[in-house]
Each structure stands twice: as structure tokens, then as C-alpha cells.
Design a protein around this ligand. Structure first.
Ligand SMILES: Cc1ncc(COP(=O)(O)O)c(C=O)c1O
Length: 286
């Protein structure tokens, strides 16, 4: 069992270890009171932080979308690597969560709050092999929301995940494990914490971030592996009808890597176990 590690990053960029079991965040922190901040979750497999640079780049992009001060990525990189060094043993799979908030409400300095929290993850074997039951849920936005209404922050990884959590509870009420959000104009978006990958006519397809989804680091690594083996990939809008007719479907995310969709809205989805196993193996080995 790996003990959690907590590192606090102060506004000057100093990294300090802290007790993960003790209270550390002010009740006045806007991250707590308003969900006003951004985060990243980075998988650590065999002691290696996966897709570290894409995660750091995305942290900076999310921060820019929220008009937060530009995070010093050298400091955040150092904190992630140090948290892994400080882990007392290396469980095969860990997660490192990076949190960056707008800081204390009303504070004259208006300095952001930042921390890095490493903890043990895993237990994904069943989902990676047997697959998951997924329901489609309307997200209530059109697929052009990123351009029409950038203040809705679609495509930023904000701390405001209450909606995503509510969607997962709705999935559970419907007897499912996970969700694929759909736009009001019938375009497939993403999961509450995952990217959708559909195998359509022999091409691995995912939704482009221009349609208001988070750019997935796991999906990008999966596509890179597929391409290195001569496969075809594409970023384009996927309709709900195409989703239901796909050869196979997966949800991709940093902890779980890829999980095949076993049922969609209660209907069985075709499985490609050899492709899933090859994908999981490649993603864990990166
Ligand atoms: C909304 C959303 N989409 C997609 C993803 C997948 O991103 P990644 O593969 O980088 O973990 C996440 C991951 O947390 C997410 O929260």
C-alpha cells in the first residue's frame, strides 16, 4: 500500500511537503467555495508519470480559460516528480492530482492556491476486460458551445465537477457505470471524466476539442499507438446513430486507461477483446 503524498506549492513557487491527513485548505478558498480553479489527474505506472507534458500543457490551457495567473510549469513538473520520489513504495498504479485554485476570497494578494496529491489507484482490471455499462445523457449544450459561449468553460478541466458527479449518479440510477454526454444537436461529446473512442468503418474516431470537450491525453496516446501499428484515426463529429452502430467503443482516461463499452443504453455493444488488450498493454507500458 502506497501512503499518500501531499506537496503544497506556495505563490512564490516553493514546494513543501505537508500532512495529507491534516486540514490544509482555507474555508475561504475559492476552489472550495465556488469550484473556481482547475485540476489534472496524472496516471503513474511503474513509477513513470504518464503524458506529463500534455497534462502540464492542459493545466496551463485550463488556467488561461479561467483567467487564472499563468502556472509555472517547471515548478508543477518538479512537484509531480518529487511526489513520485517521495512515495514510500511503488504500487503498480498511482494517480497524482494537481489542483490550482483562485485562492482566498477577498485576499489583497489574490494569490492562487496549489497542491499536488499522490495516492494509490488501481483495481481497474474488471472494467478494462469485462467492460462497462454506459448511458447517453443530454449535456444541454449545442456542439458549438465553445465558440458561442466560452464563459461556460467547456473544454477546461475546472474543479466544478458537481454536474459530472450528478450525471454519474443518474447513470447509477439507470443501472449503468458511466455516461457519454451528447449535445442538444445530437453530437457525441465525452464522458464525465473520459474521452469517447469509437471504431467506425475500421477507423478509430474521437470528438475534436473544437466541439467543447476536453482534449484527452489517454486518447492521444492510444491514437499514437494505433497509428504506430498502421491503424487509422480521425477527429470528427460523431452522431448518436453512429455511436449505436459502432464496431466497438471505449472510454479513455488517465486512471482506467481504456475501458470497453459493454452496453450502451441497455443494448449490447460488440467487443474487440484483442484490440482492447493490446491498447491497455500499450498504454500501461508508455
Ligand atoms: C471531462 C473529461 N474528458 C476527458 C477526460 C480524459 O482525459 P485524460 O485522458 O487526459 O485523463 C477527462 C479526464 O479526467 C475528463 O474529466
Amino acid at each position: 500500500m502506497t501512503s499518500p503524498v501531499l506537496l503544497i506549492i506556495d505563490p512564490a513557487g516553493t514546494i513543501a511537503t505537508a500532512d495529507p491527513d491534516a486540514p490544509q485548505v482555507s474555508v475561504l478558498d475559492l476552489g472550495v467555495t465556488r469550484g473556481d480553479g482547475v485540476f489534472e489527474s496524472i496516471g503513474v505506472v511503474g513509477g513513470r508519470a504518464q503524458a506529463l507534458e500534455p497534462h502540464l500543457t492542459r493545466l496551463a490551457r485550463s488556467a488561461a480559460m479561467l483567467d487564472l495567473p499563468v502556472p509555472d510549469l517547471d515548478v508543477w513538473r518538479e512537484a509531480v516528480l518529487r511526489s513520485i520520489e517521495l512515495a514510500d513504495d511503488t504500487a503498480p498504479e498511482l494517480l497524482v492530482k494537481l489542483v490550482y485554485t483562485r485562492g482566498i476570497e477577498g485576499s489583497a494578494s489574490a494569490a492562487p492556491t496549489g497542491w499536488v496529491h499522490l495516492f494509490e489507484a488501481g483495481g481497474f482490471d474488471e472494467e478494462r476486460t469485462a467492460g462497462i455499462a454506459v448511458v447517453t445523457l443530454d449535456r444541454g449544450y449545442r456542439s458549438d458551445v465553445r465558440d458561442t459561449s466560452p464563459w461556460l468553460l467547456q473544454g477546461a478541466k475546472t474543479l466544478s465537477y458537481a454536474v459530472n458527479k450528478a450525471a454519474l449518479r443518474e447513470a447509477a440510477r439507470r443501472g449503468a457505470d458511466d455516461v457519454i454526454f451528447v449535445s442538444t444537436d445530437g453530437i457525441v461529446l465525452e464522458g464525465p471524466n473520459s474521452t469517447v473512442i469509437a471504431l467506425l468503418d475500421g477507423v478509430y474516431v474521437t470528438t475534436p476539442d473544437s466541439l467543447g470537450v476536453l482534449e484527452g491525453t489517454t486518447q492521444a496516446a492510444f491514437f499514437a499507438d494505433v497509428e504506430s501499428r498502421g491503424g487509422s484515426t480521425a477527429y470528427r463529429a460523431i452522431t448518436v446513430d453512429e455511436l449505436h452502430a459502432a464496431t466497438a467503443l471505449w472510454l479513455a482516461s488517465s486512471g482506467r486507461q481504456i475501458a470497453p463499452v459493454a452496453t450502451l443504453d441497455g443494448e449490447p455493444v460488440a467487443q474487440e477483446p484483442a484490440l482492447t488488450a493490446a491498447g491497455v498493454e500499450a498504454l500501461l507500458a508508455r
